[in-house]
Design a protein around this ligand. Structure first.
Ligand SMILES: Nc1ncnc2c1ncn2[C@@H]1O[C@H](COP(=O)(O)OP(=O)(O)O)[C@@H](O)[C@H]1O
Ligand SMILES: [Mg+2]
Length: 279
């Protein structure tokens, strides 16, 4: 998939820091003390090793795992190493925010985790499956079924209605998902706008259509790359709250890139990417 990669992000104002998510029971919205990425990784490796000893249930707690991920880009004669041996472990159902300065490699990492950009070295396992060991078609099927992706600038097809856009992942897998698409649109509050073209929707509404499309196949993992980067603070708050609520409702593992440090506190854990590594 060709995607325009350089998008100027706009920082949210952070005004909406008491979003409705806090209205959920505290047993649902748990924010454990942040673990360092390294400590968490060691912990998850520990669980995996224990699993090898017979405790299979614990092994399944790891939803996203990377081992020694490397990715670099060549510009002319110069090579920039963007991911420099990233080791990462994210638990099933965990809601993680990924932060870091512009150009640090957040999009590159997200693309790599989602199967959209092959690393030069290293492993990505999603739900125990080595993503880049799959054949092309198998990988596309796996992505379609298990992974949802929300892009910063929506990536809706301009000639299709909101409903048709949301039905695209179903169509790709050969299923008529009109009913599921309508349900997803209703869930994001756009049931009334099903027949509208993207150009007839506001930025916040377009992003909600993009979220509906990302969840229509009920993925286990949802990635969102600066989903509020092009939105004002009210819409940013609504979108971020919606993503967190959806993750809880559908028991999805959520990884969201944001520039906004305050926003990042809303997740279970905050990861920072700098100098090609997770801190
Ligand atoms: N297709 C590409 N070709 C060359 N360089 C790229 C490409 N994509 C990204 N880069 C470079 O890789 C670095 C990380 O980019 P990116 O992952 O988009 O950063 P972020 O999302 O953190 O802003 C930047 O220096 C960027 O210029
Ligand atoms: Mg980016």
């Amino acid at each position: 998939m060709q995607t325009k990669r350089r998008i100027a992000g706009k920082k949210g104002s952070g005004n909406w820091l008491r979003p409705p998510i806090w209205g959920l029971p505290s047993s649902v919205v748990k924010i454990p003390a942040p673990l360092s990425a390294a400590a968490s990784y060691c912990h998850l490796r520990g669980l995996a090793l224990e699993a090898a000893g017979g405790q299979i249930r614990e092994m399944s707690d790891v939803m996203i795992e990377t081992v020694d991920l490397h990715r670099s880009y060549r510009i002319g004669s110069k090579s920039i190493e963007v991911l420099h041996g990233v080791d990462l472990g994210i638990r099933r159902g965990e809601r993680v925010f990924l932060c870091g300065p512009s150009g640090a490699g957040k999009t590159t990492l997200l693309y790599t985790l989602a199967g959209l950009e092959r690393p030069e070295r290293g492993l990505v396992r999603i739900d125990g499956v080595d993503l880049y060991a799959l054949g092309r078609q198998e990988q596309a099927r796996f992505r379609n079924r298990k992974i949802g992706y929300v892009f910063q600038n929506f990536h809706l097809l301009p000639e299709l209605t909101a409903l048709e856009n949301v039905a695209v992942p179903g169509a790709i897998s050969g299923v008529d998902s009109t009913e599921a698409a309508m349900k997803a649109l209703e869930r994001v509050g756009l049931g009334e706008r099903a027949d509208h073209l993207p150009a007839e929707l506001s930025g916040g509404e377009q992003q909600r259509v993009a979220i509906a499309r990302a969840i229509v196949n009920e993925p286990k993992v949802l990635f969102a790359d600066e989903p509020t980067g092009n939105l004002d603070s009210i819409n940013s708050g609504q979108i971020m709250t919606m993503l967190l609520e959806l993750a809880i409702e559908h028991s999805m593992t959520l990884v969201v890139v944001t520039h906004d440090a305050a926003l990042a506190e809303l997740g279970d854990r905050r990861l920072v990417i700098r100098d090609g590594a997770i801190h």
